[in-house]
Design a protein around this ligand. Structure first.
Ligand SMILES: NC(=O)C1=CN([C@@H]2O[C@H](COP(=O)(O)OP(=O)(O)OC[C@H]3O[C@@H](n4cnc5c(N)ncnc54)[C@H](OP(=O)(O)O)[C@@H]3O)[C@@H](O)[C@H]2O)C=CC1
Ligand SMILES: CC(=O)[C@@H](O)[C@H](O)COP(=O)(O)O
Ligand SMILES: [Mn+2]
Length: 378
């Protein structure tokens, strides 16, 4: 039995993780779940999966939750999230909260020696060296849940890292992939939230449309696979069938394919190195017919160029890229700024930042906070 704790159990990745667990009750128990504000769903999950600890974002919500569930200890806030990450009997923690608020709880889980199923990419972008160093020291595996990174991880199974020529992350192009920059002037939040292939939380769906998601994924890949940025490529693949691929020194390419369904990478992280049945639809390539791949256009998607630049600059630059984007996306979702202003905010905040090299956690937190304040004023 693998004992699981989930940070962000009420979200898109969180609910799909519980779906995977529900299909294999003989394999998994749920020790702890943490959600934000979706109380009805958290109550339903607590009753069904019977974790010993449950956490919500505020004290008021925790008080209300206690009226509905008596079997579990109810916690709240950052302390509650950290307790679900590090203070349960779980041996495996799925990090599926959104944003760099996942950083401290993830570090706590690693410090406590829990294996990590990593969905929360912002954590690795914000503090990649700190997270990977601690994982190395504690002997903790960071098992990728992000579909592209799971794909690369599967392609690399048994291969020597010295034989990798480059890896290529595929990008669907997001909700506006066929629109020109001029046409982006007046797009709405509703338009932006219509991802062509994946059903995901609001923040990552906007990130897909701006290509920030792929930027975050490039930096995530740098830390997960220890590759320099000039050996991490991105291309547009509108079908999201090839989830990513590796080219080796002999020019062989190994790709991982499947219908777009997050339950596959989630389950692989949970069962690695084993594989189990899933309820996902099998891929029939004769039905797919044609797969399209296009070169990335960095003029059309400047947020990807800024991610490469931030990653290469290192230090606190990726922290600031991520935090500025988090604020810009939240402002876009609230109707405060237009879609194209997301990239403007990121660019301006990056240009004003005096980077700190080899930052410790305190400097990372300070840079994150500085970027949030700057981005909210722009
Ligand atoms: N969705 C996907 O297919 C993929 C997602 N990812 C990554 O996974 C992460 C999660 O994405 P996704 O599932 O789409 O996001 P969602 O917005 O769907 O879910 C976010 C989760 O975080 C919870 N949460 C938010 N704030 C807090 C808080 N302060 N304390 C505790 N919990 C909190 C939410 O709770 P509540 O809803 O109750 O408020 C919810 O459970 C992101 O980093 C994303 O980039 C990566 C690859 C694919
Ligand atoms: C499912 C997943 O891993 C997402 O990160 C997905 O990749 C988003 O799609 P695009 O960023 O390619 O549009
Ligand atoms: Mn992805």
């Amino acid at each position: 039995m693998k004992r699981i704790a989930i940070l962000g159990s009420t979200g898109s990745v969180g609910t799909q993780t519980l779906d995977v667990i529900a299909h294999h009750p003989e394999r998994f128990t749920v020790e702890g779940i943490a959600g934000g504000t979706n109380l009805p769903l958290l109550i339903e999950q607590a009753k069904r999966f019977k974790p010993r600890k449950v956490s919500v974002s505020t004290k008021a919500l925790a008080d209300e939750l206690r009226l509905h569930i008596s079997e579990a200890e109810v916690l709240y806030g950052e302390a509650g999230l950290t307790e679900i990450a590090a203070g349960t009997d779980a041996d495996f923690v799925v990090t599926a909260v959104v944003g760099s608020q996942g950083l401290r709880p993830t570090l706590a889980a690693i410090d406590a020696g829990k294996q990590i199923g990593l969905a929360n990419k912002e954590t690795l972008v914000s503090a990649g060296h700190i997270v990977t160093d601690l994982a190395r020291k504690r002997g903790v595996k960071l098992l990728p849940i992000d579909s592209e990174h799971s794909a690369i991880f599967q392609c690399l199974n048994g291969e020597s890292h010295e034989r990798i020529r480059k890896i290529t992350l595929t990008a669907s192009g997001g909700s506006f992939r066929d629109r020109t920059r001029d046409e982006l002037q007046h797009v709405t939040v509703q338009d932006a939230l219509k991802h062509p292939n994946w059903s995901m939380g609001a923040k990552i769906t906007i990130d897909s449309a701006s290509m920030v998601n792929k930027g975050l994924e490039v930096i995530e890949a740098h830390w997960l696979f220890g590759l320099p940025y000039d050996r991490i490529d991105v291309l547009i693949h509108p079908e999201s069938i090839v989830h990513s691929f590796v080219e080796f020194t002999d020019h062989s390419i190994i790709a991982q394919m499947g219908n777009p369904d997050m339950r596959v990478p989630i389950q692989y992280a949970l069962t690695y190195p084993d594989r189990l049945e899933t309820p996902s639809k099998p891929l029939d390539l004769t039905e797919t017919g044609k797969l399209v791949f296009r070169k990335m256009d960095f003029e059309r998607f400047p947020c990807l160029r800024m991610a490469y630049d931030s990653g290469r600059a290192g230090g606190t630059m990726p922290t600031v890229y991520n935090a500025a984007n988090e604020v810009a996306v939240s402002r876009f979702l609230n109707g405060d700024i237009g879609f194209l202003q997301i990239e403007h905010v990121i660019e301006q905040v990056l240009s004003q930042h005096a980077a700190v090299a080899a930052p410790d956690l305190e400097s990372i937190m300070a840079a994150d906070q500085w970027a949030r304040t700057a981005a909210s004023r722009m």
